[in-house]
Write a protein that binds this ligand. Sequence first.
Ligand code: UTP
Length: 295
Amino acid sequence: MKPIRKAVFPVGGLGTRFLPATKALPKEMLPVVDKPLIEYAVEEAREAGIEEFVFVTSRGKTAIQNHFDSHLELESALRAKGRDTELSAITNAVGSPGQFAYVRQMEPLGLGHAVWTARNFIGNEPFAVLLADDLIGGSSSTLADMAEIHAEHGGNVIALMEVPPADTARYGVVAPGDDDGRVVEVLDLVEKPDPADAPSNLAIVGRYILLPEVLDFLALGEKGAGGEIQLTDSMARLIGGAPFNGMRLRGTRYDCGTKIGFLEANVALALERDDLGGDVRTRLQKVLDDHRRDG
Ligand code: UTP
């Protein structure tokens, strides 16, 4: 089995749930503690051995391009001041020339459409898709774990997590087959089912390893839930033609596309940091105490 070399980062969405913050700032550039969401996803992909990165962008997303580019003036200012920590913090993100590519989606027609927009870059090999607003905490790279499952079983691999049954209408949901507690055979996929119709409470998290055949189905441009071209619908059509497995997440997933998930991620990741954790704990406690007194 060949390693996965290419990853697609769909960043073409409007981010309406985060307005007004996302009026002029891409949602994927919102910082969790001190690093933009998109950089967490790129780091996870790098740890999984990804060599080529394509971002599916839209108007107003140039801050993402600038973030992964060199900033020679800032670098030399930091170097002159001996600010090595900050220097490596800004150079770590930068790829080598040609390693990062950007394509414009032109219209936000849905996640499936965004992935299809990257087709010329993907070519005819299995590829990864990472949604930066799904931030996954934990020590290992989720995509690297999925790549291991792909190497063992071949075919398609998606990340899964259990959600409260009442919440299925917010997710793509799988009909599970064989399940060893970690790798779950996927028998069917449904986008945003009502709880009464949901085949399980195992929901798709924004990490995918897909065979290039999915692009043929996406090319049909069929609209699904919410009138959008859904990735889930085309993935469902791959089932039966090749292995299709889900991997239960080990780490915690923070839904940074929502305000509450984003706030939770900031608190959780700050608490884990050696340089911040103690202070954050003390100040959070003070905020809670003050509110309790006021309330
Ligand atoms: P979301 O469903 O979170 O949509 O997309 P959104 O537009 O970003 O945010 P809201 O719902 O308006 O608040 C999940 C991921 O798919 C990308 C988004 O950028 C996000 O990373 N996406 C979505 C696209 O690239 N293009 C699309 O047409 C839709």
